[in-house]
Design a binder for this molecule. Sequence first.
Ligand code: NDP
Length: 293
Amino acid sequence: MYNIIDGKRIATIIKREIAEEVEKNISCGMKKPHLVTILVGNDGASETYVSHKIKACKAVGFSSSIIRFSDKVTENELIIKIKEINKDKDIDGLIVQLPLAKHISEENIIETIEPSKDVDGFHPINMGRMTIGLPAYVSATPQGIVELLRRYKIKTSGKHCVVIGRSNIVGRPVSILLSQKNDYGNATVTLCHSRTKNLKEITKKADILIAAIGQKEFVTEDMVKKDAVVIDVGIHRVKSKKTKSGWKLKGDVKFDEVAPKCKYITPVPGGVGPMTIVSLLTNTLKSATNKFD
Ligand code: NDP
């Protein structure tokens, strides 16, 4: 029988822990942590993600604000605003919701954010520090995945971990974290991507399989070893006649056929997703209190 890794439950626990720390800090005279989100344009998915972040901030007692720009904003106008926020002592964390309009370079925007306020952990300084094991803001989804393994006491040391996907926001950083020389690292990591040959032979050897491919139900039962731990990062909206909204979420893993083979598996929704926002809150609290593990 497989065990579900319940990201929603863990996220609720962590939010409670954060809220308690904020309350304690405020009672000691500290200010509320403040997260600012820059939102460019009116993309529906971005609006939804940002509204979830704002709601989560409120739930744990943070201040939050959204700075909106039309999709006609120039890169320079955005850079000027970011530099202003960098200097604002009241603001602890800044995120720029991606993707941006095509005429704006995401690299230039990310590199303008002051690394000490880069709670998304996308700045090359944070990525570099994380890579060599120095205190850093770790990007939210990889941090959330490691936290799920930690909270479920799933050992990574000496395990073969296979990550499918090498994006800078998920696959690559999680592969680095799991290979670090520390308690929730020490894994032997194989990083796969679209040019990987014999993918199935590799994934079948995984004690821990992390799917961050961006293709619906890509991982099938024949790709997974018996008693593996499977972490599904994918999010795909599909039409459904069974739900009120008319759609439901699927992952990168074919859950129904893969789950019975696993020891542990994350569902979609309710697995990795809720942990991503929580990691952002954790990073903002770190920035406000200057406390790194
Ligand atoms: P990207 O599209 O940036 O990266 C996908 C990766 O998968 C690439 O490295 C690509 O290889 C690899 N890939 C694609 N096809 C194959 C294949 N056939 N075989 C092997 N590898 C393949 O995606 P992201 O990392 O941004 O996101 C991955 C998924 O996770 C998406 O569904 C996204 O929506 C979801 N997501 C969920 C989050 C959450 O909070 N739960 C947060 C972020 C993302 P190559 O590099 O060679 O192109």
